[in-house]
Design a protein around this ligand. Sequence first.
Ligand SMILES: Nc1ncnc2c1ncn2[C@@H]1O[C@H](COP(=O)(O)OP(=O)(O)OP(=O)(O)O)[C@@H](O)[C@H]1O
Ligand SMILES: [Mg+2]
Length: 221
Amino acid sequence: MITTPMDPERARWVGTGIPPRLRGITLNDLAATGEADAKALAMSRSFVEQYRSQQDKNWRGIPTNPNLYGRGLMFAGPPGTGKTTMAAAVLCELRRRYGVSVYQSRFGDHVERKIKAMKAGADTDPEQLSRWTYAIERTEWADVVLLDDVGHEHITDSKYAEDVLDQLLRQRYDEGRPTLLTTNLSGTDWAQRYSRALRSFMDQCTRRSIFVGESLRRADA
Ligand SMILES: Nc1ncnc2c1ncn2[C@@H]1O[C@H](COP(=O)(O)OP(=O)(O)OP(=O)(O)O)[C@@H](O)[C@H]1O
Ligand SMILES: [Mg+2]
């Protein structure tokens, strides 16, 4: 059997869900362009700096900072303002500095995988099923997860996606695992999309930063 050794740098990021163009990116890289949202950058920096102390537990296994324990970040703002890039940089820094397990997924993709895994039957390719299951488990259990583009998932009458979001955030928060969220919904769209109870819980389990400024996508200009 011929085996090709995997490039070590690639191997380091496989299984994190972080897209190749963002792997290994740092907050300093973003600061260097002078275009990053200043408040969000400061909040991200302190989150990374204080991660250990916010997650600290005493000798009895009780969080020493119960108000911060398991709390994540929410980046809201218009398209193209750098939310995904900054959230991915937070994941990369946490992973590099503390060796924690991280995972990134568009929230809509997570919902799709849950549905496909649920509907899987005898005709489902087992390898495909195990890839979905892997991704679902990482999203539920990685130390820190980025749910990207919340609000872009398909809406159904059964509100399945909202239930998944509600359950996932509560389960992760109860386990003390911070979740990072990005969204470009604002104001009334946000309020129409999610129940008051879920929005209130999102405020409890994250700190929010609203991105301001113009789109950084050259093509949008
Ligand atoms: N600090 C920065 N300096 C310069 N360019 C940046 C910076 N952050 C992000 N960009 C660039 O801006 C573009 C948009 O970034 P990104 O995808 O992170 O935005 P977003 O807020 O997540 O957008 P959306 O709401 O559409 O998902 C990308 O091409 C990215 O490379
Ligand atoms: Mg984005």
